[in-house]
Ligand binder design. Structure first.
Ligand code: NAD
Length: 505
């Protein structure tokens, strides 16, 4: 695709697009709103040179880590495999960037769509170099077998590639994850000195970058869900206090926060795929200083994706959800870890907040704070027999016309890591792309996006936003935001869905 427009310029290194952003400023006058449409000029500058990208996963030997690494290798080497359903080709189904499309315009009256990945230059996932850490020393071939996610024939075909990949020893603070994880912790950096731990991880990152001749590295936490750390401004509140607390091995510094700090100090962006409060204010300040991004929290894969769609549909239709009762049972190691109450609490929190802003937006249905307090219950049970095929059973009870009730009972089989792996890949590819985009407002200097990368909220269960920016949970708004941003950067027109060119030529 090539954009021919007077508002875009391209040379060998940069694509610059000019965009008139139309918004509406609302003023309140007593009980009246005064709406004042306005136009602000933005320029977006995208570095079109694609870097050699390295990715370091924390929890590399887990279900997500092995499925992602094996899945990318299967695509890279075009490995086919057999099951009772026949011969299978590798693909990237479930990846927004690789398998979804964006409408770029109309040809006569036909709408034209191209793959998301083709709108702006992006890293090819098959070119990513993977590495990482795990508290379990198993090589990735054996770990994939332990995970019981990937078909046996594909496991066998991937074995020669995966058995050479062994996770680096990691930081293990038993107090932060479930006690039932202790039996796999045989690959642990010794000692209790948190500063030494930080330095080992920093050296691992620097060595990985140098040994693989990489232009950049991104870190992503896909290790066990930790309990929340007890956040204290004196411990976590600033970069300086955080580093001091690491120096004194403060007990409320989690392993995930050490990884986040190490990433920032080595100039790498950090993504938190689990629900816990890893990205404390001190981490954000470190990231800001280093000019890297942080993003979180918790991958939005199956049940929550569906929930944010369904609730958006109901509220958008003027129907009032009154209760959401969610049951999950799962039998993978994630489920085993979540069976400990402290870790479950982290997950409950991120699963519960996912519809708040959708309800809050509609004051017709929810005129008071009290009414916003709907019954939203989360239950998670560990049931080993279920394996990675997590079952999600949700009941949605909504109030309709004249006091009637509409009830949905949804049964959703969420193949956990097969849904999560392509999503993790998207997080990495989009984070890398956003590191190459700068913007300027009116005539200001070009600058990078805010440190907390809320552009990735489509992929996050409890999206973290920059302070002062409200969180959007609606799936369609989150997707439109991403799609529109890449279109604007490429110099394409944003679709307002009026389709006037089709209706009236
Ligand atoms: P998993 O238990 O299979 O893998 C986690 C891995 O992390 C294990 O191999 C474990 O040994 C390792 N680990 C634990 N503590 C570590 C540490 N301090 N350093 C390095 N490694 C460590 O879990 P999974 O199914 O791969 O999920 C990973 C995370 O992603 C979980 O927190 C889960 O809640 C989150 N998540 C998963 C999904 C999904 O759909 N799969 C969705 C949202 C969030």
């Amino acid at each position: 695709m090539k954009v021919q427009s007077t508002t875009t310029q391209q040379d060998d290194h940069f694509l610059i697009s000019n965009y008139d952003y139309k918004s509406t400023n609302i003023e309140k006058n007593g009980d009246k709103y005064i709406a004042k449409p306005q136009i602000t000029n933005f320029k977006f500058k995208t570095d079109t040179r694609i870097p050699k990208l390295g990715v370091m996963l924390v929890g590399w030997g887990g279900n997500n880590g092995t499925t992602l690494t094996g899945g990318v290798l299967a695509n890279k080497f075009n490995i086919t495999w057999n099951s009772k359903r026949g011969t299978h080709q590798p693909n990237f189904y479930g990846s927004l960037t690789q398998s979804s499309v964006i409408k770029i315009g109309t040809c006569n009256t036909e709408e034209v769509f191209v793959p998301f990945k083709d709108v702006l230059p992006m890293v090819n996932p098959c070119d990513i170099v993977f590495g990482g850490w795990d508290i379990s020393s198993m090589n990735l071939a054996d770990a994939m077998n332990r995970a019981q996610v990937v078909e046996y024939d594909l496991q066998q075909k991937l074995r020669p590639y995966l058995e050479k990949l062994v996770p680096l020893p990691s930081i293990y603070y038993p107090d932060f994850i479930a006690a039932n994880q202790n039996d796999r912790a045989d690959n642990v950096i010794p000692g209790n000195n948190k500063l030494e731990h930080l330095n080992v991880i920093r050296k691992n990152i620097a060595d990985f970058k140098q040994q693989n001749n990489l232009d950049k590295v991104i870190l992503l936490w896909t290790a066990n869900t930790e309990r929340f750390c007890v956040e204290d401004p004196n411990v976590h509140g600033t970069a300086e206090k955080l580093l001091k607390s690491i120096e004194s091995s403060h007990p409320e510094i989690s392993a995930s926060t050490i990884f986040a700090c190490a990433a920032c100090l080595e100039g790498c962006s950090f993504i938190n795929g689990s629900p816990q409060n890893t990205i404390v204010p001190g981490v954000i300040e470190l990231a800001e200083k280093a000019g890297v991004f942080v993003a979180g929290d918790d991958f939005k894969t199956g049940q929550t994706k569906f929930k944010t769609c369904l609730v958006e549909y109901l509220v958008g239709a003027g129907i009032k959800p009154k209760a959401i009762i969610s049951y999950n049972h799962l039998g993978n190691n994630d489920g085993k870890n979540l069976s400990q109450e402290s870790c479950f609490k982290s997950k409950e929190r991120s699963k519960k907040t996912c519809v708040d802003d959708i309800l809050e937006s509609n004051k017709v249905l929810y005129p008071t704070e009290e009414e916003l307090n709907i019954d939203h219950t989360i239950v998670i049970k560990y049931c080993p027999e279920t394996g990675d095929s997590k079952k999600a059973m949700d009941e949605y009870i909504a109030e309709i016309f004249l006091g009637g009730r509409q009830t949905f009972a949804v049964y959703n089989v969420c193949e956990d890591s097969l849904l999560a792996a392509p999503l993790i890949m998207d997080l990495l590819l989009l984070c890398e792309l956003f590191e190459r985009i700068q913007f300027s407002k009116d005539t200001s200097e070009f600058q990078r996006f805010d440190t907390v990368l809320s552009w990735l909220s489509y992929l996050m269960k409890a999206p973290k936003s920059e302070s002062g920016i409200t969180t959007i949970n609606s799936l369609s708004r989150q997707r439109a935001m991403l799609e529109n941003l890449v279109k604007v950067c490429a110099g394409l027109t944003i679709d307002d869905n009026l389709r006037l060119e089709v209706r009236y030529g």
